[in-house]
Unconditional design. Structure first.
Length: 402
């Protein structure tokens, strides 16, 4: 439990701006269906970096890049300042000193020198990458690989980082909405539903999420029809989790699903896995499973290392924090880490959106490109101020990324 040093109200713009003025690393987040939004600022020279031990790690916020094979690249933000917004919209500082409030300027954020994105965002390159993946699958190199690409969107002249977060929070109440800004690592924002690890003193939970189709507002989720490719893709992710349980000889888990779930303008298939820690007497389970699961087959492929080799050779993209994980650890005794999907990196004049598609032997390259466009649309709609429920992709009423 964080020490409750002081109970003071403050405007979030002032809180953010003063943390930036101190060159602090900042995280804001709201958990799915949560009634509180949280703010954390690490005011040290730089966040600590290293492998997580969820049993002993102090309360804080972590973010990991996609490429983190030993876990040593995980960044940990400690709560020098910790505040929350309640259901009435009132911000209260729970830990730390009240920052200075003079000379508040428009909220700024940390920038990262973005590598060239021309190749990774081109359709011709992506289509060729998918074709290469299908060929590798046919040759027995792996069963599935996830191919990613980027999309650049200019920032509006009046772009405000706090306003953007607030709009994203309102648009996706059932998502993990987050904003992270770290010196030398840049600023990332997203809304995702893919839970990697949830850990409390009594329970462990993880999920398998895969398969994608547009959300149709005029149909109930139970009416969603899935084709063989999507069912097989989701089953691979579930099997991967079960295989990790078998690796550590864990048999006492409850599997629920798969079922259709909404994520913004999309529907996915989701299976949930729950473990009663009082029953299995395995206090290290969260740390062990985190190291075994990341990166999951939902963001990498199966088998993992064969898929990683293909990604390194074909993707031509530094994913950075995209398809890594992030979230609060040991805050009030609970840890919630989410796969960093449906995210974007905020640069000086543009946002770089990230999206990927799971490639199997049944994949059709053009449809995989359309799937990545649909995923980018989740954030783009909010960013451009025209969020509305996704209808049919081919109605002609909705912009689809080309």
């Amino acid at each position: 439990m964080l020490e409750n040093l002081v109970d003071k109200s403050i405007d979030i713009t002032s809180l953010w701006s003063n943390a930036m003025r101190e060159n602090g690393a900042v995280a804001m987040w709201r958990c799915p269906n949560g009634d509180r939004t949280f703010f954390l600022a690490d005011l040290s020279d730089s966040p600590s970096k290293g492998r997580l031990n969820l049993q002993t790690t102090d309360p804080g916020f972590v973010i990991s890049p996609f490429m983190n094979p030993e876990g040593n690249e995980t960044l940990f933000l400690k709560p020098d300042i910790y505040a929350f917004k309640d259901e009435k919209g009132q911000w209260t500082i729970e830990k730390g000193n009240l920052p200075k409030t003079d000379n508040i300027i428009e909220p700024s954020y940390h920038l990262n020198k973005r590598p060239d994105t021309e190749i990774s965002g081109e359709k011709t390159h992506f289509i060729q990458m998918v074709e290469n993946g299908i060929k590798a699958i046919e040759e027995g190199e792996f069963d599935k690989v996830v191919s990613a690409r980027t999309y650049d969107e200019p920032l509006p002249d009046n772009f405000d980082i706090i306003d953007q977060f607030n709009r994203l929070e309102k648009a996706y109440p059932n998502a993990f909405v987050n904003l992270v800004s770290i010196p030398n690592y840049g600023t990332w924002m997203g809304a995702m539903n893919e839970l990697l690890i949830e850990l409390s003193p009594d329970h462990f939970r993880t999920t398998a999420v895969a398969g994608t189709q547009p959300y149709l507002i005029d149909k109930d989720l139970s009416e969603a029809a899935w084709n063989q490719k999507e069912i097989e893709e989701q089953a691979m992710v579930s099997r991967y989790i079960i295989e990790q349980f078998k690796t550590i000889r864990l048999r006492e888990f409850v599997e629920t699903g798969p079922r259709s779930v909404r994520a913004g303008n999309m529907i996915h298939l989701k299976t949930e896995f729950n473990v009663d820690l009082n029953e299995v007497h395995f206090p290290e389970l969260g740390t062990v499973m985190l190291n075994l699961l990341h990166p999951t087959s939902a963001v990498c492929g199966m088998p993992k290392f064969s898929a990683l080799r293909f990604i390194a050779a074909n993707e031509h993209l530094n994913r950075e924090f995209y398809s890594g994980y992030l979230g609060p650890v040991n805050m009030d005794g609970n840890t919630r880490l989410y796969v960093n999907l449906r995210c974007m990196q905020i640069l000086n004049t543009r946002a770089v959106l990230y999206a990927g598609a799971g490639i199997t032997h049944d994949s059709i390259p053009e449809k995989e490109w359309e799937e990545t466009a649909l995923k980018c649309q989740t954030l783009l709609d909010v960013m451009n101020g025209n969020f509305k429920p996704q209808r049919h992709r081919d109605t002609g009423k909705k912009k689809i990324l080309k």
